[in-house]
Design a protein around this ligand. Structure first.
Ligand code: SAM
Length: 348
């Protein structure tokens, strides 16, 4: 079977890959720059403050990004996620997001942020047409927040989460990367948040990706174990899966919970058979799988005068190369670990 792209004038275009998966979701890493230096994203040296960054010329410009998104949406992409690095640190980002809001056929614009600038931007994000916000938060303790991120701003992030709720995002999703021996003693506190507030607290398996040296078999904790631990704090009532949940399995912690908890298992129960994603890295490389290093240089096409047709063909080439699945769980058993490209450029 070939990559299919059907675009009859009477129906919405649909992109299908070699394994009959519909590709409808594009993740854009807007910048590799970040105002935090999380231990799972960067090397120990970088955590101390020596971040290696792309130059401005290496990043795709907003015009280039808009052009790619327009072509992609005309091919069948309906959902977009802005990520990074930290998307909200890019200069004039609100103007860019508003321009995305004007693209016909793009119904769903989401953002993943560390929340540091959310207090300032939450209402603007709503006005610009962002539909959902995910905030990465790995601890509820200010001192530990500093240890994990290298910056002392837990309170600021928490105010950002409150502001996102006040701005009307519902639910606000919190993403916690669970690391044994680092933050797994906070599982109960995080789960409890979902009882009291309309938050979807998602527990993510720590992946051996990026520059971090922190990943090893002992820091990794499987979703099954996380779920079992959380099940001790209350009954986990399964919720019907909605499109907006992505790969998360979602539950209510007790019938009266205002929010929900979700479990994301990229390693132990991977969701490759349902993967609908394509990624564009901050330096303009198309990546069809988070856990495969193969990328196609779209920036070269854009900067050598490529036509929309050539952009379209490059997107199709990337989708055609999308692997059936990643073999990470097996590799880890056999080799004890494997690390790939820089998370800040890929965008998670
Ligand atoms: N700066 C934004 C933020 O903090 O949400 C967006 C970029 S961050 C790289 C995107 C997501 O990747 C975050 O939710 C982060 O927790 C997750 N992430 C990064 N490294 C990870 C790893 N090794 N395993 C699991 N998740 C990871």
């Amino acid at each position: 079977m070939k990559t299919k792209y059907s675009a009859k004038s009477t129906e919405s275009p649909v992109l299908t890959d070699m394994f009959s998966r519909t590709i409808s979701y594009l993740r854009l890493s807007l910048t590799d720059r970040c105002n935090l230096r999380c231990i799972y994203c960067v090397t120990e040296e970088e955590h101390e403050g020596h971040l290696v960054k792309l130059s401005h010329d290496e990043l795709l410009t907003y015009e280039e990004l808009l052009r790619v998104v327009r072509v992609a949406v005309a091919m069948g992409i309906t959902k977009l996620r802005l990520t990074g690095g930290e998307p909200l640190v890019r200069h004039n980002v609100m103007h860019f997001i508003s321009s995305l809001g004007g693209i016909d056929g793009l119904d769903d614009i989401r953002i993943t942020t560390n929340g540091v600038l959310l207090e300032k931007y939450a209402h603007d994000l709503v006005s610009a047409g962002v539909t959902k916000v995910n905030v990465s938060l790995d601890t509820l303790q200010a001192k530990r927040f500093f240890e994990i991120t290298g910056v002392d701003c837990f309170t600021q992030v928490w105010k950002g989460i409150e502001q996102a709720l006040a701005a009307g995002f519902s639910p606000v999703k919190l993403n916690m990367v669970v690391m044994r021996g680092i933050n797994d003693d906070e599982l109960a506190e995080f789960a409890r948040l979902s009882r009291d507030l309309p938050l979807q607290v998602r527990f993510i398996e720590f992946m051996p990706i990026g520059n971090s040296s922190r990943w090893h078999k002992d820091t990794y904790m499987s979703s099954d174990e996380i779920m079992e631990r959380i099940g001790q704090f209350g009954e986990l009532l399964p919720l019907e899966k909605k499109n907006a949940d992505g790969p998360a399995k979602v539950f209510k912690l007790g019938a009266n919970a205002k929010g929900a908890v979700g479990f994301i298992s990229p390693i132990s129960h991977h969701f490759c058979d349902r993967c609908n994603r394509l990624r564009l890295t901050s330096e303009g490389r198309l990546r069809s799988c988070l856990l495969h290093d193969e990328e196609i240089d779209l920036r070269k096409v854009l900067r050598s005068g490529g036509s929309d047709g050539q952009i379209r063909q490059t997107l199709l080439d990337a989708i055609e190369n999308k692997p059936k699945g990643h073999q990470l769980a097996q590799k880890l058993r056999e080799e004890g670990g494997d690390c790939h490209g820089r998370m800040s450029r890929i965008g998670g």
